[in-house]
Design a binder for this molecule. Structure first.
Ligand SMILES: Cc1ncc(COP(=O)(O)O)c(C=O)c1O
Length: 421
């Protein structure tokens, strides 16, 4: 593949105009870390400024009359544009971690006679740590599927055959990532959900690394519970509110542990006893973060206009290009690939493994103006964020990575000194 080929693909890309809608201060940067933090949409700058000057400033407390239910309307937008979820099942609120704790706790409570909960070793740390805490809190047995062992799972992918060995009628809850944060492997949502349901257990999906890059079709796939963030492929900004999804049919059966006032049926009656609202608001803890919600609205309206299927198609093609360039340039330099080759089994990022991955990732940023990230023990993650990344940006990033490693220049760059990798 030549640079001219990448330019030709960009030329025909139906999403090519979206890149101009993002703030790009240095056009020479290859930003391949949209799976960690998405770029800032120009429209968000305008929208937040307008919120400050036209709403908060002049309206002050009277603004709450129309702000109060925005966790629900923005949740509906996330559901419609990216999750394949009908209205009334998604809330935009809190963080992925808080939402994970809330829904995992509610699921455990809904299966009171079962004493086992399951997660996988390759799952994101916050989910594993929260499951450890829940096991301790409720006296449960936490089973960890060792999918970091290639003898058990390829590229961390959990197949129904792998999962079934761990299931029994003692299992209350299983939690998996839709797209694995390190390897990029994408699980089969429907097959795994059906399998877990067959054992009478609940499956809580963490879709943080999938939302905004692939179609999730939660309603169609029969998903019960899911959480995720908005700041990766969702481009909604660092620390923007996360979301939670509770399928309509589950909402009556579940009670989250933090019974905040926003979940109260007649909230402003300020009554003495908690009485859960029957709608998705019954899962909301507290006051919504309005500026965060407006960032989400601005960014997810772009996703809705672009269409999640077109976005998924570009993620598949962009990661295919990465794998092609890896084969041609990086494999001969000692890299291996820890991501499935079938596009249906991956999301928007791939994982390049190298014994000196950490040093190379730092050098990519500091020497080559290519932004990836590094994940222990030896992975460089690179992503195409379909709205904000061009194909030629991917091509240039890979070419610079090849030159950095083949020349040995990465060895001259000192480690970044940041706590963040
Ligand atoms: C898969 C996954 N789950 C959970 C989190 C934690 O998100 P937060 O810090 O917003 O709670 C992350 C953060 O990157 C993540 O990638």
């Amino acid at each position: 593949m030549q640079r001219s080929d990448a330019l030709a693909i960009d030329e025909k890309d139906p999403l090519r105009h979206y890149k101009n809608q993002f703030v790009i201060t240095d056009p020479n940067t290859c930003y391949l870390d949209g799976n960690s933090l998405g770029r800032l949409p120009h429209n968000t700058v305008k929208v937040i400024n307008e919120f400050l000057t036209q709403e908060w400033g002049p309206q002050v407390v009277t603004g709450w009359a129309h702000w109060v239910d925005e966790a629900q309307s923005v949740g509906d937008l996330i559901g419609r544009s990216a999750l394949g979820a009908a209205a009334g099942q998604v809330l935009a609120c809190d963080t992925t971690s808080v939402n994970f704790y809330q829904l995992a706790s509610a699921a455990i409570k809904a299966r009171p006679n079962r004493k086992t909960i399951i997660i996988d070793a390759a799952n994101f740390p916050t989910d594993r740590y929260i499951m450890q805490g829940l096991a301790k809190q409720h006296g449960l047995n936490l089973v960890v599927i060792d999918n970091e062992d290639p003898a058990i799972a390829e590229n961390e992918l959990i197949t129904p055959e792998i999962l079934e060995k761990y299931l029994s009628d003692d299992v209350a809850l299983v939690s998996l990532e839709v797209v694995q944060y390190r390897s990029g492997a994408r699980q089969d949502i429907k097959a795994l959900t059906d399998l877990v349901r067959g054992y009478g257990a609940l499956l809580l999906w963490d879709a943080a690394h999938a939302v905004g890059s692939v179609a999730l079709n939660f309603d169609q796939n029969g998903v019960d519970l899911a959480v995720g963030c908005t700041y990766k492929y969702g481009n909604s900004g660092p620390g923007a509110p996360a979301w939670l999804y509770v399928a309509k049919g589950m909402q009556n059966d579940l009670q989250v542990p933090i019974q905040g006032w926003f979940a109260q049926r007649d909230q402003f009656a300020m009554g003495p006893e908690f009485e859960k609202d029957a709608s998705i608001r019954g899962f909301q803890i507290a006051s919504p973060s309005l500026m965060g919600l407006r960032c989400i609205k601005s960014a997810f309206e772009m996703i809705e206009t672009a269409g999640i299927d077109a976005i998924e198609e570009k993620a598949a093609r962009g990661t295919e290009m990465m794998i092609e360039l890896y084969e041609a340039w990086l494999k001969p330099l000692g890299f291996t690939l820890n991501t499935p080759r079938n596009a249906k089994n991956r999301g928007g990022h791939i994982s390049l493994v190298h014994p000196e991955a950490q040093q190379i990732a730092v050098a990519m940023r500091e020497h080559s103006n290519v932004i990836p990230d590094y994940r222990v023990p030896n992975s460089i993650r690179v992503a195409i964020s379909p709205l904000a990344t061009s194909y030629v940006e991917v091509f240039d990033g890979f070419e610079r990575l090849r030159d950095l490693v083949s020349s040995g220049e990465y060895k001259n760059v000192k480690a970044g000194g940041s706590r963040v990798t």
